[in-house]
Design a protein around this ligand. Sequence first.
Ligand code: NAG
Length: 345
Amino acid sequence: MDFFRPASTALLLLFIFSDQALLKSVLGAVGVNYGLNGDNLPVPSEVVELYGRCGIDILRVFEPNHSVLDALKGRRNLVVWLGTRNEDIQGFAADQLAANSWVNANVVPYYKSVNIAYITVGNEVVPDDAAAPFVAKAIKNIMQALVIAGVKSDIKVTTVVPMSVMAVSYTPSAGAFSTTAIGPLKDITQVLGTSGAPLLLNAYPYFAYASNPQQISLDYALFKSTAPVVVDGNLKYFNLFDAMVDSFYSALEKIGAEGVRIDISETGWPSKGNDPFTSVDNAATYNKKFVEHVRSGAGTPKRPNVKYDGVLFEMFNEDLKTAGVEQNFGMFYPNMHPVYPLWNC
Ligand SMILES: *[C@@H]1O[C@H](CO)[C@@H](O)[C@H](O)[C@H]1NC(C)=O
C-alpha cells in the first residue's frame, strides 16, 4: 500500500496548510532577482510594492538584508528565495553554531510573515570559489539549524550554480560537468536527493549567443525559431534555453543525480552594452518568451511537462555594477519606470 502514501500525504498537507502549501507547491511561477548594487534604487518597501503591483510571483534576494526582509513582512503572496553570502559558507560548514545564528537572525524573526520558500546557500560558489567543497555541508548545517530553531515551515535549502560547471554542453545529451565541479556537485546533489530540494541554475542563452553569434542564431537564442535547430537523438530543440537546461540534466544523470530537479534562479538579456546583440527589443522578447515558456509548464524536451520556477535577472539597472551589459539587465530604471513593457504595471 506504499504506493498510495505519497498522494494521501500530499492531500493531507494541502488540507492542513491550505493556501500556503498551494503557493509553494505550484511550480511554473515566475520571479525577478532583486539586486542592491545601486546608489539610486527605490527603498525596499517601494520595491516590494512594485513586485506586487506587477504580479511577479517570486522575489529572489542575494543577501539577508533586514530592510528588505522587513518590507516583505505580511506579504505572503510573494514567494521569497533568500540567499546567504558566499563568505559565510565555510563558517556554516565548520560550525553548527554559525549556521544556527544565521537562522536565528534571518529566518526565525521572519518566516511566519515572509513566505520563504528556499534558502540559497551561496551564489555560483561551485565551480571556482574556495568555498565550493563546503557547500554541501553548509546546506546540511542550515537544514539542521532550522530543525534546532523549531522553524515549522517547508523551507528548502539549496544552492545556485552557473552554466560554467559544464565541460560539455553540446549536444544536450552529451552534457557533462567539469572535473572541478564534479566533486562538489556529487556531494550537493546527494543532500538534495535526500531532502527533495531542487538545485538552482543560472543559465544565460545571451552569453552563449554573444560569444558565438556565427554559429548560434538570434532566433534560436530568443525563443523565436519555428523549426527545430538542434536534433539530438529523438529530441528536437527549438530554443537554446531548453538545450542548455537539458545538457545540465544530462550532466546530472552522469553523476547519478537524475532524481534532482532544477529551477532557474537567473536568466535574462541586457537591453544595452553590447550592440547589436543587446537591444531593448531583444531583451523584451527574450524575457517575455521566457515568462510564457515557464508558465506554459511544457518542461524541456528531455523532461517534458516537468514544471519549474524561473527567476529573471533582474529588477533594476544597477549603477554600481561593472559598466556595460552588467548594468543593463534591469527591467526597470531606478525611478521604477519600465525599460520595456513586460509586466502589467
Ligand atoms: C540593505 O538594503 C538597504 C536598501 O537598499 C540598504 O540601504 C542597506 O545598506 C542594506 N544593508 C546592508 C547591511 O547591506
